[in-house]
Design a binder for this molecule. Sequence first.
Ligand code: MTE
Ligand code: MO
Length: 209
Amino acid sequence: MDRPVDRPGDRPGDRAGDPLPPGQRLVAGWPVSHYGPVPRFRPERWDLKVFGATAGGVTVSRTWEQVTALPRTTVVADLHCATGTTSTGHEWFGVPPEVVLGLAPPAERVTHVMIWAEYGYSANLRLSDFTAPGTLLATHHGGEPLTAEHGFPLRLVVPHLYGYKSVKWLRGIEYLTADRPGFWEERGYHNTGEVSTGRRYSYEEESRR
Ligand SMILES: Nc1nc2c(c(=O)[nH]1)N[C@H]1C(S)=C(S)[C@@H](COP(=O)(O)O)O[C@H]1N2
Ligand SMILES: [Mo]
């Protein structure tokens, strides 16, 4: 498919309605894709923790009720699974990353974050990808709370990176001073996962070629 004239500053694949990125095919509806079981939400036990290399060395913890009181915004974007399926036009509503950075400022030497989910699923991100426009800690989709299988009560959305970075059932954000692979990154998937490059696997990483 022909790409339109480049719009400076845009990254292909991070806007709803963009032409499909390399190797992706459009699917009808919104498939559910994840490894392992769907966790049950227990509000009295649930918390969101921001930990690791925080500026003050402290761990910040928020209850579900506190999370729902944080400022929220809307993002519309496509979702690209690394297996090649793309679902389009997702309207997400949730907490922008800068609100998290405000709650728990990272130490100056922080370069990456590890996003943690229920059952130990994780994904690593460069700090710049975590703070990129479009990244969101989503509570809602299409005006409704997330469904259980799509990550209720809270999930990350990183539209310009492959789906394995969009961690469902989000529980923790760990500030890192050096990169470390997450769940799929440890199992052969590309460390940074930019959709625009079409590079899905670790053997395609620039440092290995
Ligand atoms: N906790 C958790 N989050 C996850 C996954 C997972 O296995 N566990 N799979 C990821 C993958 S590979 C994709 S493509 C997206 C799919 O999101 P969806 O099911 O809402 O379409 O979820 C991501 N988030
Ligand atoms: Mo995926």
